[in-house]
Design a protein around this ligand. Structure first.
Ligand code: HEM
Length: 528
């Protein structure tokens, strides 16, 4: 059979005339079948590509593993993703990690489309080994995917809007204070103190140090909480290829199990005893968040939450509370010690609003605008993590003209938004004044950022439940540190090194500063 006959045969087969030359060869049949398959399978796809917008730009994925090999070769993943987006000149990308479409976003308009316009569709969280372990199988309000349990726990999380009195880790003794202070340690333990006072009405799990500082159990608590935060949503391979769970290829499984066990044990000891006290009527007054949770009743009058649910809710609060304020204060202080005129401006505001005869109180917050502007710029420029907590698409949708498949992990980039040169002038410069309204210098500065030009408390159904408390914690910590001490860099240093960590965006090294008390002695913690 000639080539012309073969082509005629194929064409007629495809067009349905069923003409076949008598001596049809197997090769011809194979070719015809392939052609039919090709035409049949391509036609609908062509139709749907016309109807459906393309995926956001990104590297071509390989079968099964997608872009995981590139990601693993260019760790840390967040730096690789941002570098790639910059090279491509895009504010939204699609990276296929295993079977998951990961969608990083660096532009506020697109972020608003996700968390405001389509909030309903992006209200879930990813299913990962670490988040499942820490939330005891998704019992909590922070890490659970969308569903009944998340709604129940979110409703059950009514945190106080104010910082519990007398919980300040600031009250370090004068004897220790005129010396080099590890600001990171102080800031983290201040947040830990507040969390424990809020939940358990007690700063300590065990005995405090003689100077009032954190004891061994409080150190264990904060270490475990920060360890857990470090491995939640940390681009672990099995987050994207779930059939690899159990092999612990990144080592994260062991780490999160241990951290979960530590925090659950420390919280659980108090919760067991408190549960017993309520059960036997030894306790009747609501003194803290734990009492509120234990006393919640369903419409039938039974306990609304199980003991495990109460424990898990408190774990979620612990991880939600400590990292943001402590990180922002450490960075803000570092930037301001390098820019003494900014530091002087903030201290002058505290002098004017509060004076030296009492400590900064929550009632001062509305008038400490410059201080809040400093915190805002620290959150913008130096967020605690490169990405916001991930959101998952419940259905196929279109964002910024691109197709976002159901199940995609949408990552609003905290550094991409906060350092976006199209949004912020001179974005890498720490400049609190950018947050003071030039048309109304007295307008109150708030820490919330609803336009998502950077991420503070975020917004929408998965937005932070505790913006007032988060504001109070951050302002009180920073305000009291600035009010209580004159901060200077150690004499041996020309300037504070503002480098970020290799694998995260904390300061590469904890901030060590010289602290000189500046208030009357009775305002500091008195060692017993
Ligand atoms: C300065 C302090 C704080 C900041 C900057 C902050 C910020 C955030 C952010 C960015 C989210 C994720 C929002 C999203 O997924 O889009 C979040 C969620 C959350 N925050 Fe906060 N937060 C702070 C303090 C607190 C405190 C003190 C509590 C509780 C006492 C808390 C409880 C929660 C909870 C439960 C969620 C999860 C909500 C959900 O998934 O439905 N946060 N927070």
């Amino acid at each position: 059979m000639t080539a012309a006959m073969e082509v005629r045969a194929v064409v007629s087969l495809v067009h349905g005339t069923y003409f076949l030359p008598t001596a049809a060869t197997p090769q011809l049949l194979l070719l015809a079948v392939m052609l039919v398959y090709f035409v049949r399978t391509m036609r609908p796809r062509q139709r749907s590509t016309c109807a459906r917008p393309p995926l956001p730009p990104g590297p071509a994925p390989r079968p099964v593993v997608g872009n995981l090999p590139e990601m693993l070769l260019q760790k840390p993943a967040f730096r690789w993703i941002h570098r790639m987006m910059k090279d491509m000149g895009t504010d939204i990308a699609c990276i296929k990690l295993g079977c998951v479409h990961v969608i990083p976003i660096t532009c506020p308009k697109i972020a608003q489309e996700v968390l405001k316009k389509q909030d309903n569709n992006f209200m879930s969280r990813p299913v990962t080994f670490a988040s499942k372990t820490f939330s005891h199988g998704y019992m909590d309000a922070t890490l659970s995917p969308n569903g009944h349990q998340w709604r129940k726990m979110r409703r059950a999380s009514p945190p106080r809007s104010s910082v519990p009195p007398d919980s300040s880790g600031f009250k370090i003794s004068r004897a220790r204070s005129s010396s080099i202070v590890d600001v990171r340690r102080v800031a983290r333990h201040y947040c830990g103190n507040i969390t424990r006072r809020l939940i358990f009405n007690n700063r300590y799990f065990g005995d405090p140090r003689p100077n009032g500082g954190p004891g061994q159990l409080e150190v264990e608590h904060m270490d475990a909480v920060f360890t857990a935060l470090g491995v939640l949503y940390a681009f672990c391979i099995s987050d994207y290829l779930p059939w690899l769970v159990g092999l612990d290829l990144d080592g994260h499984e062991k780490i999160i199990k241990k951290a979960t066990e530590t925090v659950s044990r420390l919280h659980g000891t108090i919760i067991d005893e408190r549960w017993r006290q309520w059960k036997f009527g030894e306790r009747q007054e609501l003194e803290d968040f734990l009492d509120v949770l234990i006393s919640l009743r369903d419409p039938q009058g039974n306990s609304a939450l199980t003991m495990e649910e109460v424990t898990v809710l408190t774990l979620g609060i612990a991880i939600a509370t400590v990292d943001n304020p402590s990180n922002a204060v450490e960075w803000a202080l570092a930037e301001m010690v390098n820019n003494p005129e900014l530091l002087a401006k903030a201290v002058e505001e505290i002098e004017r609003v509060v004076g030296r005869e009492r400590l900064v109180q929550e009632s001062d917050i509305p008038r400490l605008n410059y201080l809040k502007a400093c915190l805002r710029d620290a959150f913008r420029l130096h967020p605690v993590a490169p990405f916001n907590v991930p959101h998952v698409a419940l259905e196929d949708t279109t964002v910024a003209g691109f197709h976002i498949p159901k199940g995609s992990h949408v990552l609003l980039s905290r550094i991409g938004l906060g350092r976006n040169p199209n949004v912020w002038e001179d974005p890498l410069r720490f400049n609190p004044d950018r947050h003071i309204a030039t048309h109304d210098l007295k307008a109150e500065v708030a820490l919330t950022e609803n336009d998502l030009r950077f991420i503070f408390f975020s917004t929408g159904r998965r937005g932070c439940i505790a913006a007032s408390l988060g504001t109070a914690m951050s302002v009180m910590l920073f305000g009291r540190l600035l009010q209580g001490f004159t901060w200077t860099k150690p004499a041996s240093m020309a300037a504070i090194d503002l480098s970020e960590g290799k694998h995260n965006i904390f300061m590469a090294k904890p901030l060590l500063l010289h602290a000189e008390p500046r208030l009357p002695a009775h305002l500091y913690y008195q060692a017993t």
